[in-house]
Design a protein around this ligand. Structure first.
Ligand SMILES: [Zn+2]
Ligand SMILES: [Zn+2]
Length: 660
C-alpha cells in the first residue's frame, strides 16, 4: 500500500522544517520547470522533472516509481501526469541534490532503494562528519570528507548490488555499478523495445562533461576517484545504451560518441593530474644530489650557512640557516622524532657553530611541517613565525574543512600558536641578511615562500609546491592537485609558477628534503603544466567558469565546525565567492536539521565581479536536542540557476553545562 499524492489526509508532508529550502525552490528558476518526455515513442510512460536534479518518473496507470527525488517539488506536480501514488524512489547516488526532498516522504510508505555501497551515507550521514578528523578517516582526503550525505538520515528499504534487477510492473531495471563521481554510484539500465536507456546519475553530463570535480577527488593527488570514474565510463559504454538520462542537464542522444570522448578527456586530465615527478619511486639522490655531509650524522650542508637533514628514505621537513653569530632560523620542522632532532641540534652546536634558534618559520598549514614546532619553542626558545593566512589554519585548524591539518596527526598537538604573524611581502632584517616572505600558494592557498640571497645563491623555500629533479626534462615538478586545499589554479600552481618566474631563484629548497638547484627550465615546465591542466578542467566543466565545479568552498561557513549548547546559539560567517567577471546574484537557503533554526534562513543578494562577501548567520539549537554532530547544508542558486544542497558545515551540540 502506498500513500496518495496531493492534498488531504495522508498526503505528502507540507514543507515544514525545510521551509527555508522549499522557499528556495520557488522563484529561483529563470523558467518554470515543466514535464518532459525523454523518449515518448519508445517509452511513453517515462517522464522527467527537474529541480535540484533531474527526476525520472516511470509510470504505470496512476502509480509510479521515481529515479532520484531532487528537492521534492516533483511530488506536488505528479498529478499533472496522472500519477496519484509513488511506490518506490531509486537513488542513483547519495548526493544531497538527489535526495534533499526526502523529509517530505517521512511517514509515507514510499519505499527507497539505493546502491548498497552507499547505504551508510543515506542512513548514518553524520558518521561522515567529524569534530576531530584524522588522516585516515574513511571517505576523506586526509581528514577532509569527500562525501555529501543528507542532512537527515534516509532509511533504505532495498540495497541494490551490481547485477541486481529491480522489477516493477513489467519494467526491469538492471543495476550497473558506476562509481567515480561518488563512491558507489549506480546506473540503472532499462531495455525498452530494442533501445537501451541508462539512468546514469552524475557519471557524465551532456557535452562529455563532468558534473563536478570535487566529488571525484578521493585521495591526495593519486587519482583514485578519477581512475574509478574512467573505468565506469568505459564499463557503461560496453553496455551500449542508446540514450543516457543523466541527473543534470539534457538527455545524451549520442552516448557511444560522448562516452568515448569523455573517457579521452578524463584520461588526458589524469595524465596531467598525477604528480609531475615520480613520487612513488623517487630516490634520495634525485631528491638531493647537491648537499654534502657534515660531521653531524644526518645533517648535510647545502651552502656554507644552510643545512638540512638527509637520511636514507626519509622525507623530513627541516632546514636551518646558521648566521656567523651562531643565531639560527629553522624553516619547517616535522616528521622526525624529537630525539633525532635533539641529537642533530646538539651536534650542530658542537660542530657547526649553532648557538641559538631565533625562530621557526612555517611554510604552509599542513601539520607535517610543524609537528615539532612546540618542541622547538619550549625546549629551544624559538619563536614561531608565519604569514597571517597560514597562521589562521595553524592556530585554529578545526575552523577549516581542509586535509592534513595538525590535529589529524597523532601528535597530541591540536594547534600551534604563532608568535609573530608576518605580512605577505614583508621583509625581515636578520643578522645582516634580508629575508622576504611572500604569498606563494600552489598545493594550498595557505602557504608562503621565504627567500633570501645567501652565499651567492638566491634561495627560495617553496614548501610542498614543487618537487623533483630539475635536470630531468620529463619532470615539471608539480605536487598533488587537491581542490580541498583551497587550490584553484589561479590562486595555486598557476600563481606560484608566475611568482617563481619573476623571482628567478638559483636554488629551491622544497619540503620533504628536496634540494633543487638551477631550476629555471623546471619552473618554465611547471608554468606550462599549470596552464595546460586548467585547459583540461575547462574542457570538462559544464560551466564556462570551471572553478564552480572544481572548488568545494565557493560557499562555505567559517568556522566550518561550530559548537553550541542545548537551547543555545552560535554565529557563523557564510562566505560566498563570485568567480565571474560580472555581478552575481545568489540565493542561499540554510538547511538545518529539524528543530534547529537559522537566522536569517535565506541569504539573498548580489556579489561584485571577482570578489567575495561574508554574511553572518546565527544557528539556534532546540532545548531538547540530543548532543552530538549535525550537518547543515547550503541550498544554492546563482543567477537563477538552481544547484541544490552542494556544501555543508558541522554543528556540534554540547551537553548543557551542569549547574554547580
Ligand atoms: Zn552527484
Ligand atoms: Zn608536506
Amino acid at each position: 500500500m502506498t500513500m496518495p499524492v496531493g492534498k488531504g489526509k495522508g498526503s505528502w508532508r507540507e514543507p515544514a522544517c525545510f521551509a527555508a529550502c522549499m522557499l528556495a525552490a520557488t522563484g529561483w528558476c529563470a523558467q518554470q520547470p515543466a514535464w518532459r518526455q525523454p523518449d515518448p515513442q519508445v517509452l511513453p510512460g517515462l517522464y522527467s522533472w527537474s529541480d535540484t536534479c533531474n527526476i525520472y518518473v516511470l509510470k504505470d496507470g496512476d502509480a509510479a516509481i521515481l529515479i532520484d527525488l531532487g528537492d521534492g517539488t516533483v511530488l506536488d506536480r505528479l498529478n499533472e501526469i496522472g500519477v496519484s501514488r509513488v511506490e518506490w524512489v531509486l537513488f542513483t547516488h547519495h548526493h544531497r541534490e538527489q535526495c534533499q526532498g526526502f523529509p517530505r516522504l517521512k511517514g509515507s510508505d514510499v519505499k527507497t532503494a539505493a546502491p548498497a555501497a552507499e547505504r551508510p551515507f543515506f542512513e548514518s550521514p553524520t558518521t561522515f562528519r567529524k569534530m576531530k578528523p584524522t588522516l585516515d578517516d574513511a571517505f576523506s582526503v586526509y581528514g577532509a570528507s569527500y562525501v555529501r550525505p543528507p542532512v537527515e538520515p534516509i532509511p533504505i528499504d532495498r540495497a541494490l548490488q551490481c547485477g541486481d534487477t529491480f522489477e516493477w510492473r513489467g519494467y526491469r531495471l538492471r543495476c550497473l555499478e558506476t562509481p567515480g563521481h561518488s563512491p558507489g554510484g549506480m546506473t540503472y539500465l532499462l531495455d525498452a523495445g530494442d533501445r537501451r536507456l541508462a539512468f546514469s546519475g552524475d557519471l557524465m553530463v551532456d557535452g562529455a562533461r563532468m558534473q563536478t570535480w570535487f566529488d571525484s577527488e578521493w585521495d591526495y593527488g593519486y587519482g583514485k576517484g578519477l581512475e574509478t570514474l574512467i573505468a565506469s565510463v568505459e564499463r557503461l559504454a560496453k553496455d551500449a545504451p542508446a540514450l543516457l538520462l543523466p541527473s543534470h542537464g539534457p538527455s545524451v542522444t549520442d552516448p557511444a560518441k560522448q562516452l568515448a570522448e569523455y573517457s579521452r578527456k578524463l584520461r588526458d586530465l589524469l595524465a596531467l593530474y598525477v604528480r609531475g615527478y615520480p613520487v612513488a619511486t623517487v630516490t634520495d639522490d634525485e631528491k638531493d644530489s647537491f648537499s654534502t655531509p657534515t660531521v653531524v650524522p644526518g645533517i648535510h650542508r647545502v651552502t656554507p650557512h644552510l643545512y638540512k637533514f638527509r637520511r636514507p628514505n626519509e622525507s623530513w621537513n627541516f632546514s636551518i640557516v646558521i648566521a656567523d653569530s651562531g643565531r639560527a632560523l629553522v624553516h619547517d620542522c616535522g616528521l622526525m622524532s624529537a630525539q633525532v632532532l635533539d641529537r642533530a641540534l646538539a651536534g650542530m652546536k658542537e660542530h657547526l657553530g649553532l648557538k641559538q634558534i631565533d625562530a621557526l618559520i612555517v611554510s604552509h598549514a599542513h601539520g607535517d611541517h610543524f609537528l615539532l614546532g612546540e618542541h622547538l619553542r619550549t625546549k629551544y626558545g624559538a619563536s614561531v613565525w608565519t604569514t597571517d593566512r597560514v597562521a589562521d589554519q595553524c592556530e585554529h585548524p578545526e575552523r577549516f574543512d581542509r586535509p592534513a591539518m595538525i590535529q589529524t596527526y597523532r601528535s597530541g598537538l591540536e594547534a600551534l600558536a604563532i608568535d609573530r604573524r608576518l605580512k605577505e611581502g614583508e621583509t625581515i632584517a636578520w643578522e645582516g641578511m634580508r629575508l622576504q616572505v611572500d604569498w606563494m600558494p600552489g598545493q594550498t592557498d595557505a602557504g608562503c615562500c621565504l627567500w633570501l640571497d645567501l652565499d651567492g645563491w638566491r634561495i627560495a623555500f617553496t614548501g610542498d609546491n614543487l618537487f623533483g629533479n630539475p635536470a630531468d626534462p620529463k619532470q615539471d615538478g608539480h605536487e598533488a592537485v587537491v581542490a580541498r586545499n583551497g587550490a584553484i589554479f589561479e590562486e595555486g600552481y598557476a600563481y606560484a609558477a608566475e611568482y617563481l618566474k619573476k623571482l628567478q631563484p638559483d636554488l629551491l629548497m622544497g619540503g620533504h628534503s628536496f634540494v633543487m638547484p638551477r631550476p629555471a627550465a623546471f619552473i618554465e615546465r611547471y608554468a606550462r603544466w599549470s596552464k595546460e591542466i586548467v585547459r583540461s578542467y575547462r574542457k570538462l566543466s559544464p560551466d564556462d567558469e570551471y572553478r564552480y565545479r572544481f572548488d568545494p568552498f565557493w560557499v562555505r561557513a567559517h568556522p566550518y565546525r561550530a559548537s553550541l549548547v542545548l537551547g543555545g546559539s552560535v554565529e557563523v560567517q557564510v562566505v560566498v565567492r563570485n568567480f565571474r567577471a560580472r555581478e552575481q546574484r545568489h540565493r542561499i537557503a540554510i538547511c538545518a536539521p529539524p528543530g534547529f533554526e537559522a537566522d536569517p534562513p535565506v541569504l539573498e543578494g548580489m556579489i561584485g565581479a571577482a570578489s567575495q562577501a561574508a554574511f553572518p548567520v546565527r544557528l539556534h539549537a532546540p532545548a531538547d536536542a540530543a548532543p552530538g554532530v549535525r550537518l547543515v547544508a547550503f541550498d544554492l542558486a546563482l543567477d537563477g540557476e538552481r544547484y541544490g544542497q552542494w556544501f555543508d558545515f558541522i554543528l556540534h551540540v554540547e551537553e548543557a553545562a551542569r549547574k554547580p
